[in-house]
Design a protein around this ligand. Structure first.
Ligand SMILES: [Zn+2]
Length: 60
């Protein structure tokens, strides 16, 4: 009779969207979760920082 509503716990950060921000000669990555990466001289490095700022979600 009673329907059990089992919901899966939502992930801590449902979405990570990183963008690179240029600041003078430097560039850093920023994410919608509030994370901010260190200033880099290479935009590619900043992007790499952004991609690795959170642990990869295990694919079950
Ligand atoms: Zn994030």
């Amino acid at each position: 009779m009673a329907q059990q509503d089992e919901r899966q716990a939502p992930p801590a950060h449902p979405e990570h969207r990183t963008t690179t921000v240029e600041q003078g000669p430097f560039c850093f990555a920023r994410c919608v979760c509030g994370w901010r990466g260190p200033a880099r001289r290479a935009r590619s490095q900043a992007r790499t920082d952004g991609a690795g700022h959170h642990p990869p979600v295990p694919n079950l």
